[in-house]
Design a binder for this molecule. Sequence first.
Ligand SMILES: Cc1cc2nc3c(=O)[nH]c(=O)nc-3n(C[C@H](O)[C@H](O)[C@H](O)COP(=O)(O)O)c2cc1C
Length: 202
Amino acid sequence: MNKNFTKLAFTPTVKVIQETMGSRASYERMEESGDRYILTEAECAFIESRVDFFMSTVGENGWPYMQHRGGPRGFLKVLSEDTLGFADFKGNRQYISSGNIASNGKAMLFLIDYPTKQRVKIWVEAEYIPIDQAGDYLEQLVPEGMEGEVVSVFIMKIQAYDWNCPKYITQRYTADEFVKYVLPQNPGILGDEKELKDEFEL
Ligand SMILES: Cc1cc2nc3c(=O)[nH]c(=O)nc-3n(C[C@H](O)[C@H](O)[C@H](O)COP(=O)(O)O)c2cc1C
């Protein structure tokens, strides 16, 4: 089997259900469709234009956990063709993702772009590095002006990735994206509401 997401996601029970539901044959072919863990330009551009993503980890007790990570655009960085990294900022000090990654290293990132309805799933072997041991990574990963906010860094070796289809993603926009994508096509959309115009600095 090639090094692609099917190896990690298609467990025996998943395969049994694929068989029952009639999709097993086509997915069996996908298992042999080649490696997919080295980032191309398309993935790099997508990753480095994120302002947030979701990260799932697994606790020592087997329970999955999911959290949101956000930061300045591009805070999730491509360190090499199969390595990502980001600096973790001060939060509620529960350190659940940190503990889960420190115990077993498995994580999965879910990146979504609502205006273009694109999403990417990335399976990683992750390393939790406390700030006092982060050394040169700090220079690479800490966004400008956020030095005082960082508690640790995560370095993540990509094991597989997969782009999803856009179905059922509702388009939505940040204020910046609204001005860039929506307003030019809908010049009257804000009406005469002074309050809204002030908010979007029009
Ligand atoms: C003051 C403060 C309070 C927060 N409270 C919560 C909270 O109650 N629940 C939550 O899910 N996130 C909360 N957050 C956001 C998390 O702390 C942040 O996402 C952190 O990275 C979570 O890490 P963890 O879930 O891996 O432990 C808070 C952040 C700050 C700065």
